[in-house]
Design a protein around this ligand. Structure first.
Ligand SMILES: Nc1ncnc2c1ncn2[C@@H]1O[C@H](COP(=O)(O)OP(=O)(O)O)[C@@H](O)[C@H]1O
Ligand code: SF4
Ligand SMILES: [Mg+2]
Length: 355
């Protein structure tokens, strides 16, 4: 059996937050990522989706060890890297690269793009200056940039081109795993597809493995073999992409699906838009039991006290796992449980999704 390229086992990450009360200061903790277990197989794309603030970027930063984790294990290519020192991480960093959301903020405006893309060669002491320049120009060409623009500054490029610069830099050392954190979210819709197609082409050509993060399910589905849905720091459902769309088990997944454009050919016309009651709770004091119980149209008494395990439900295959005590049966819809509030317009979810 093929070994996963990346395994996350019970990963947990909190941040301290200090709030000043009237008489005393108290320190709470933000539960950004809570007991997340996921595997990523070589050559696949695992999509990670969920509302803004659910912990996607924190998870990405834990994987690349930009954050230390509180608990759990990170295993990359069979090696436990959870507590690797900076020095030991250097070798791993060649293999694990990140592409960030903000093509404006992540590039130093005072440096020429050639030297930005060539950074990894310098950091890892690869090649002579002449070889580096040639490699950088090859990379520029490969990602659809004009190699003659080697000496230009980031401001001279469009948003889409800047994201190509970020992709070229990430690709420089031929990593095995690329973690793309909202790589197209800052781009115009018309440009998004071009960058997504570039990422897909590069995956084929270089045998890359992706963790692809977005708050936008329609973007994630476009590229992912499997999709993990997060809510308030937890994975609530993970499944092969097609199955997640045709047979969502978790009420939150179902609500996310209902916010997709109706023109989607794979989703039946009969589905209704689900209005989630209430606001996203704060991760500083997440609800007990199932974290979704304060907004779940299916919530029953046990949901407030029992944390549902992430496991196959209702006879699903092992690769389809759901954290729900009362999952949706085959073909069953949420709306049948409790009529959706108001008419078929979505309110909260849509705002949160576009936040
Ligand atoms: N460095 C940090 N210090 C304190 N809180 C943080 C930090 N980074 C993220 N958080 C909090 O952790 C939660 C998850 O954030 P994040 O991982 O950025 O979510 P997402 O990428 O899904 O939008 C949020 O409540 C956020 O405010
Ligand atoms: S466990 Fe209960 S509250 Fe949580 S998603 Fe399932 S039905 Fe809803
Ligand atoms: Mg983020």
């Amino acid at each position: 059996m093929t070994e996963p390229l990346l395994s996350l086992e019970h990963l947990t990450k909190t941040f301290p937050v200090t709030s000043a009360g009237l008489f005393r200061r108290r320190t709470d903790r933000v539960h950004a990522v809570d007991d997340v277990s996921l595997e990523v197989m070589p050559g696949e794309t695992l999509g990670l989706v969920g509302e803004t603030g659910c912990g996607k970027s924190t998870l990405a930063r834990c994987i690349t060890r930009l954050h230390d984790v509180d608990d759990g294990r990170i295993v990359f290519a069979g090696e436990d890297i959870t507590h690797h020192s900076r020095v030991r991480m250097r070798g791993v960093r060649r293999d694990v690269q990140m592409v960030f959301q903000d093509p404006y903020g992540s590039l130093n405006p005072r440096r020429r793009v050639g030297s930005i893309i060539g950074d990894p060669f310098v950091i890892h002491d690869v090649g002579t200056p002449a070889e580096r320049k040639r490699s950088v120009q090859e990379l520029m060409e490969r990602v659809g940039l004009n190699p003659e623009h080697y000496n230009r500054f980031p401001a001279e490029f469009s948003g889409g081109q800047r994201q190509r610069i970020g992709v070229a830099r990430a690709l420089a050392l031929r990593p095995r795993l690329m973690i793309c954190d909202e790589p197209v979210s800052a781009l115009d819709v018309s440009i998004q597809a071009q960058v997504l197609n570039l990422l897909l082409d590069l995956q084929d050509e270089f045998g890359l493995t992706y963790v692809f993060i977005s708050h936008d399910l329609s973007v994630v589905r476009h590229v992912s073999d499997r999709i993990a849905v997060m809510y308030l720091g937890k994975v609530v459902e993970v499944a092969p992409s097609a199955e997640l769309f045709t047979q969502p088990r978790h009420p939150y997944t179902r609500a996310l699906l209902s916010a997709l454009p109706v023109a989607d050919p794979d989703v039946s016309d009969s589905r209704r838009r689900i209005v989630l009651a209430g606001d996203l709770p704060t991760p500083t004091n997440p609800p007990a039991g199932c974290r979704f119980h304060t907004r779940c149209p299916r919530a029953r008494e046990d949901c407030a006290s029992t944390v549902p395990p992430v496991e196959p439900v209702l006879g699903d295959r092992p690769e389809h796992r759901t954290a729900c005590l009362h999952p949706l049966g085959d073909g069953e819809d949420l709306a049948a449980d409790r009529p959706a509030v108001g008419d078929s317009e979505i309110t909260a979810t849509e705002e949160e999704l576009s936040a």
